[in-house]
Design a binder for this molecule. Structure first.
Ligand code: SF4
Length: 324
């Protein structure tokens, strides 16, 4: 599925969250004519009948004329034979779900960021954890797909709080999740906090460690991980002043899960599909474990055989105990 993105940077945002400056993050200008923007983006991204238009950035359902924009986008999508529309918005701005369903919206991306109230408050989110639950339930009820965004390393955050958030979101059974560590962008509240020493960003290692645990939780519940880490191009990266950015963050996260698997099971040999070889063993530097091709992922150790899925389920139970 191809996404044809149209950006509305900070449109409809009544508050500016401490970490956010979408002008800096996307460097995109606001769309003037939605028809024109979709047509241009369709050509640029080589859209086809499997494509969906993504109305991203800002708080889409709080933009003054969002219904007008959506209606127009929907007629363009239909005319061009595309599949549908996805939008991103805040959990406290989901009012007219019927209108979304009636106007071609197939997926709503909800910016939850955390399921811990003190973290939401410290990030200036101005919504509650309950708003997230309520929004996801209402969207699902209308048979629209829902994807939830989480962040790690926000002010007053902790590894325990991030893991707790992952469990809370998994309970809502969204269709997908995106997780990214907090990066410090220019001209944000977080930049000021960083410069005056009241905020310390995660290191890449810390971010990979906690995000890999969160991914384990979602993987164990068969919830799709749509993305981990934030994409930055050569221009937008200039606006990141600090934080755990890595161009291959998602790869590091997956490798970290397998590294935990190999270490905890005291693997002597690991088996798995060839296409996963570099993820399973390539980056882990566990030189004493050899790799052999097999359809399923498992290790041989002194006690016999341990399958990845059964280890994952045990590992996730252990994480649950840790958060109490
Ligand atoms: S994070 Fe979302 S709600 Fe907050 S300022 Fe940015 S776009 Fe607006």
């Amino acid at each position: 599925m191809k996404i044809i993105p149209i950006f509305f940077p900070n449109f409809g945002c009544e508050y500016r969250c401490a970490f956010c400056n979408e002008w800096m993050a996307t460097m995109k200008k606001s769309p003037i004519s939605i028809r024109e923007e979709i047509t241009k983006a369709y050509a640029f991204y080589h859209g086809d009948e499997n494509s969906e238009v993504g109305l991203y950035g800002g708080t889409f359902t709080a933009i003054k004329n969002w219904k007008e924009i959506l209606k127009e986008a929907n007629s363009v999508v239909r005319e061009m034979g595309m599949k549908g529309i996805r939008i991103s918005t805040r959990p406290d701005e989901i009012e007219d779900v019927d209108f979304l369903a009636d106007n071609g919206v197939s997926l709503v991306e909800i910016g939850a960021q955390s399921m811990v109230q003190r973290v939401l408050d410290a990030a200036g989110r101005n919504h509650t954890v309950e708003d997230v639950r309520h929004a996801v339930e209402r969207i699902k009820k209308k048979k629209i797909k829902v994807s939830v965004h989480l962040m790690t390393g926000l002010p007053l955050d902790s590894k325990k709080a991030d893991i707790f958030s992952a469990f809370e979101v998994a309970k809502l059974s969204p269709d997908g999740v995106r997780i990214h560590p907090t990066l410090i962008l220019k001209e944000t509240q977080l930049e000021k906090m960083y410069l005056n020493g009241t905020y310390r960003p995660q290191s890449v290692e810390e971010a990979v460690d906690v995000v890999s645990d969160m991914v384990s939780i979602f993987k164990n519940d068969k919830i799709q991980i749509e993305r981990t880490g934030m994409y930055q191009d050569t221009e937008t990266i200039k606006n990141v002043i600090a934080g755990p950015y890595h161009p291959a963050f998602g790869e590091l996260v997956i490798s970290s899960i397998y590294e935990k698997f190999l270490k905890e099971t005291r693997a002597i040999k690991v088996y798995g599909p060839q296409y996963l070889r570099s993820q399973i063993i390539g980056r882990n530097h566990i030189k004493y474990v050899s790799f052999e091709v097999d359809d399923e992922i498992w290790v041989a150790n002194a006690g016999g055989k341990v399958c990845f899925d059964s280890w994952l389920s045990e590992y996730v139970s252990h994480l649950k105990e840790l958060i109490g």
